[in-house]
Design a protein around this ligand. Structure first.
Ligand code: ATP
Length: 369
């Protein structure tokens, strides 16, 4: 196989859209999912994640556009002929079948021989570490084990693409983390193209090769987790992924990427990564908690604030500050637990000189329009 053909998109979505009774669930979307990549669709409830997954699976018919899997046009191909593995949030196992029968289901419908079925079921169960549970029924398993059966059932057909819709959201936190690691290990080992749906930003950041952040039926940004976190391209992505502090500021002027700003009476010179800067005038300055530093109130450039609450978190403390220059009047930053300050303490917030982003002050209104 040439390197060029290896780089072909495993899934190509060309202008696919979907409405339900006049309500737009998905605006036309163009997306290439690379072979072997773990792509996460991340966004708030109702943004169209499941609709997009169901379109890839073939459970829904697109209103317009074309969909390719391994370069094959599948827009009109029924789900069972797309060779796709699917794992749902609620496991969707057959209760009257044993674990082995559940996993074998997709092979039976494909008329795979008994001997090969037995071997492939054993392999799939070993992959999810359930080889000793083959004869149990789903109700005799924990939630995590049931979800592993669902994963084995999806993997056993050797799918071209694995689709997972919020697969771990019913599991408790520890089990969820363990399953995330396990899935990522299996996916990497098999080199399996995977589309994973979640509304949990931490899950998306920790698991994905790339994340497509969605809102209101559109992909708002697509990129590697660090890209999305460190260089969000709009206010929606800035505030949906990770913690954000937003300040009311005035952009005095810009020369290239060097910005001259005033924030709460303090003058600041910053360098931004953005290539589309708003016009001089009122702007929203976006800064991550870890980009803010606590300092004295009289340090030049420091934004004045008062400690409202210190929340102990074990290895660190979250300081919630009252700050007149901040939107919502609050700023959050983290300090080592031993350096937490009492409520009422007057502090200065030193903002970073590189890294933050600015958005036109009215972008928040446009976001919800
Ligand atoms: P969630 O995280 O809550 O599952 P989602 O991002 O997966 O949300 P979708 O389920 O894709 O969102 O829904 C997108 C929009 O389409 C929503 O406004 C939803 O109400 C609407 N929608 C989805 N399925 C249908 C349907 N079968 N009939 C009518 N409207 C639908």
């Amino acid at each position: 196989m040439s390197s060029e053909s290896r780089n072909d998109a495993a899934v190509q979505i060309d202008g696919v859209s979907k409405s339900f009774a006049g309500t737009v669930a998905l605006e036309p979307i163009w997306l290439k999912i690379r072979r072997g990549e773990f792509l996460t669709l991340l966004g708030p409830s109702g943004c169209g994640k499941t609709t997009l997954l169901n379109l890839i699976a073939g459970f829904l018919e697109a209103d317009e556009g074309e969909l390719f899997i391994d370069r094959e046009l599948v827009t009109q191909v029924p789900p069972h002929q797309r060779e796709i593995g699917i794992v749902f949030q609620n496991y969707a196992l057959f209760p009257h079948m044993t674990v082995a029968q559940n996993v074998a289901y997709g092979l039976r419908t494909r008329r795979v021989s008994k001997a090969e079925t037995a071997q492939r079921v054993a392999e799939a169960l070993a992959l999810v570490k359930l080889q000793d549970f083959a004869d149990r029924r789903p109700k005799q398993l924990s939630g995590g084990q049931q979800q592993r059966v669902a994963l084995a059932r999806a993997l056993v057909i050797r799918p071209r693409v694995l689709l997972l819709d919020e697969p771990f959201s019913a599991l408790d936190r520890n089990l969820r983390t363990a399953m995330q690691v396990e899935l990522r290990e299996i996916q990497t080992r098999l080199g399996l193209t995977t589309v994973f749906v979640t509304h949990d930003q931490n899950e998306a950041l920790s698991m994905s090769d790339r994340i497509a952040v969605m809102s209101r039926g559109r992909v708002r940004q697509i990129g590697a987790p660090a890209d999305i976190y460190d260089r969000p391209r709009n206010l929606f992505v800035s505030t949906f992924v990770g913690d954000a502090n937003l300040f009311d500021a005035t952009l005095q002027g810009a020369e290239g990427s060097a910005l001259d700003l005033s924030v709460g009476g303090a003058r600041l010179s910053l360098t931004s990564y953005q290539d589309d800067l708003p016009q001089p005038g009122p702007v929203t300055l976006f800064v991550r908690p870890e980009q803010c530093r606590l300092t004295d109130t009289n340090e030049p450039g420091a934004v004045p604030a008062t400690v409202a609450l210190s929340v102990y978190q074990g290895s660190y403390a979250e300081l919630h500050l009252d700050c007149a220059a901040a939107q919502g009047g609050r700023v959050m930053l983290r300090v080592p637990a031993a350096e937490a300050l009492p409520a009422g303490a007057a502090v200065g917030i030193a903002l970073p000189q590189t890294g933050p982003a600015i958005y036109a002050a009215d972008e928040a209104n446009k976001e919800v329009a």
